[in-house]
Structures are given as C-alpha cells and as structure tokens.
Design a protein around this ligand. Structure first.
Ligand code: C5P
Length: 206
C-alpha cells in the first residue's frame, strides 16, 4: 500500500503524512528533505545552486542519516531546494531512492510535489493538500519563531508565492494534482481535523 501526499509548501502535508504513517504503521518519507539536503550540501560548499554537475554529485552522494539535521528545516534552505529541484538531472538521480522507499512493506506514505504524478503513479491513495497562501505563511512564521529564528510574515508569504510559482511552472515534474488525486483543503482544519479527513479518504479506498 502506497499513500502519496502532494501539495505546496506549508500546506500541512508533512504533518498529515507523518500522522497517517503512524496510524497505519507504515514507513514515512518527507521527500522535500531530500531536495533540501542537496541544496544544503551546495550552500555549505559555497557552490552555485544552479551548478548542475555539483548538484547531481550532491544528489548521488546523499546520506539519509543527515535527513534529520535541523539546518535543513530553515525557510531559506526550502527556497534553495526549490531551485535545485528544478534541475531534471537532480530529480532523475533521486528517483530510485524514493521508489525503493515506497516499496517497503507493509506500506509507505511519501509526501512531496510529484509523488502521485511521477514517483508513484500507481499509488493506491493520492491526496493533494491545498491551503490558502496567507494561512500557510502564518503557519510557517509561527514555526520559525518557535525554532527561535527571526521571521517576517510578509516576506514569508512573498517567498511562498514565489516558490509555488517556481514549483508549478517548472518543466519537469511540476506541482499539480494527479488526475486521480483527492483534494483536501486544509485551510480551516486543525491538525486533528486534517488527519480525520485524510483517514476518511484512505478508508474509502482501502
Ligand atoms: O516540502 P518542502 O518545503 O520541504 O520542499 C522543498 C522544495 O523541494 C520544494 O519547494 C520543491 O521545489 C522541492 N520538492 C520537489 N519535489 C518533491 C518534494 C520537494 O520538487 N517531491
């Protein structure tokens, strides 16, 4: 059983994916963290985010043990990730790792931008999570403040809109719902409400 959860930045898909995985006893992969790790590797070597050879090299030598590095969570690394993720060869280098993960028994929940469309087009359940950009910006601001970072809500909103634009309009694996995805509007749901709605979708399919 594969559950694919896609959606824009700060839509709440990560929390939903984590909770669904815990509910069903499945493995969970936040695929955004993979692109963040590639971006972070380039930034820490002072390399250009558009340097294709360096980005592919970073993608090929990723160590999943570093995926929980708190440095990957920052808003800036997320924006940098949306630049490296537009490089087709970077996406190609990361495909097999994600598909292998998706095949782990007894099941897996993957969240990202192209899980239902490219990585796991045969996933049994596909959920596309949307939320009002202003609400997403508010959530990201509160998260950043929580981590003790400085955060400017207007700047975060502008950044989220720019990131949506980049993710939706790139040539390869753009952010868009799969034809058979269920849309879940998370704007006015709290975490428990979102989890219930997602479980209802999974149960309808199982
Ligand atoms: O979801 P998160 O904010 O961690 O993703 C960071 C960036 O990584 C996204 O803006 C997107 O450009 C990229 N990404 C992607 N495909 C995925 C997951 C993330 O292109 N499956």
């Amino acid at each position: 059983m594969i559950i694919a959860i896609d959606g824009p930045a700060a839509s709440g898909k990560g929390t939903l994916a984590k909770r669904l995985a815990a509910h069903y006893g499945y493995h969970h992969l936040d695929t955004g963290v993979i692109y963040r790790a590639v971006a972070h590797a380039l930034i820490s070597q002072a390399l250009d985010l558009r340097d294709e050879a360096a980005a592919v090299q970073a993608a090929q030598s990723l160590d999943p043990a570093t995926f929980d590095d708190p440095a990957l969570k920052s808003h800036d690394v997320g924006s940098a990730a949306s630049i490296v993720s537009a490089i087709p060869a970077v996406r190609a280098a990361l495909l097999e790792f994600q598909r292998d993960f998706a095949g782990k028994p007894p099941g897996a929940v993957l969240d990202g931008r192209d899980i239902g469309t490219v990585i796991c087009p045969n996933a049994e359940v596909k959920i596309f999570v949307v939320a009002d950009p202003k609400i997403r910006a508010r959530r990201r601001t509160l998260e950043a403040l929580d981590r003790g970072e400085r955060a400017n809500e207007a700047a975060i909103l502008a950044d989220i809109l720019a990131r949506d634009e980049r993710d939706q309009n790139r040539a390869v694996a753009p952010l868009k719902p799969a034809k058979d995805a269920y849309l879940l509007d998370n704007s006015h749901l709290d975490i428990e409400g979102g989890v219930r709605a997602a479980i209802d979708i999974v149960e309808a399919v199982r």
